[in-house]
Design a protein. Structure first.
Length: 187
């Protein structure tokens, strides 16, 4: 087993021409690579027998990546299940929220995360009600304590789906102090 950063893997679903596309740091086996021809990769990170969580990093440069989002429930009050990947080390460095923004940077929804996810990477947490319609374009991104914003985000809508991108530096930086805010980190 090895880790691939910023890869795209196309996996046939149901034998048709529909594909599920994933990005970011994924665990793949050599058999899976040999089975499917639709894969793009960038540099491979060396194998490890330990947790894929990065340890001993400079917390000023550690960011939370939004890697997937799935919507359920009703328009105007969706539940979003957002998957983040973050180099959590405990309360000194962890993904402390994910949020939904308009394309111009207005905060629409924020889901506070009350603890680190050192041994659970990537991890998915739901949040609701998210006040958007099916065709409302949004940006979904994670926030890392103490580094702030800077990782991979998602853009799109419930109707069209979400794709990975990297926002420009400083995008919607002013919402970082908006409520709600984490009160504490449990562990």
């Amino acid at each position: 087993m090895f880790y691939v950063q910023h890869a795209r893997l196309c996996v046939p679903q149901g034998g048709g021409s529909r594909y599920a596309v994933g990005g970011g740091k994924m665990m793949l086996t050599l058999g899976l690579l040999a089975s499917f021809g639709c894969i793009e990769t960038t540099p491979v990170v060396a194998p490890t027998e330990t947790s894929p969580v990065v340890s001993g990093y400079d917390t000023a440069d550690a960011f939370a990546d939004a890697v997937a989002a799935v919507a359920s429930l009703d328009p105007g009050a969706y539940q979003l299940d957002v998957t983040l990947r973050s180099p959590d080390i405990g309360c000194d460095g962890y993904a402390d929220w994910w949020e939904v923004l308009s394309p111009d940077g207005a905060l629409l929804y924020r889901r506070i995360l009350t603890h680190s996810h050192v041994d659970e990477q990537p991890f998915t947490r739901d949040g609701a009600p998210v006040p958007i319609d099916a065709d409302t374009p949004v940006v979904i991104r994670g926030h890392m304590h103490p580094a702030g914003y800077g990782g991979q985000a998602l853009q799109g809508s419930v109707a069209s789906g979400f794709t990975a991108f990297f926002p420009e530096d400083g995008f919607a930086a002013g919402v970082e102090r908006d409520e709600p805010q984490p009160v504490s980190c449990l562990f």
